[in-house]
Design a protein around this ligand. Sequence first.
Ligand SMILES: [Zn+2]
Length: 157
Amino acid sequence: MLVHMNIYSLIKKNAGFEPYLETIAHKQHRQALTRLRLSAHILPIEKGRHLGIPREKRYCILCNTQEIGSEIHILSQCKNSIMQRWRNEMVTAAITHNHELVKLSPADQIIYLTLGHDSSTSALMGKYSYDTLELHELPWHMRGRGAVAYLSILNWI
Ligand SMILES: [Zn+2]
């Protein structure tokens, strides 16, 4: 089932030339997308593994739904208000570059964008990846609506 798949297992099938490495000019954004693609990140699904937390208890730290904090949940399904806003903005902008995206489900849109094969949208996905990872670094009380103001002060968004 898709929600139990790790993004890397999907990405792996598409290994080879990585156009996004050339099309995302912003180094930190490029690195963030690479981290997500390789599961080399601090989202709960990976962080919990390092902490020895059983997989079914590696909950998302951005919403109260007790969903597993996997890449797919956080990037395409999480109900955190900031994530919803960033996701809507990113996907809306991506669709203006590639209208074919409207034909995909929200989860498939994110998977497609994570593949980084589309040079017109990879910069958008790079920034979204970076912001998502940064949001996880904030103290828990800053991950809600206050996060936008806080991150703005730090020039992260
Ligand atoms: Zn969530």
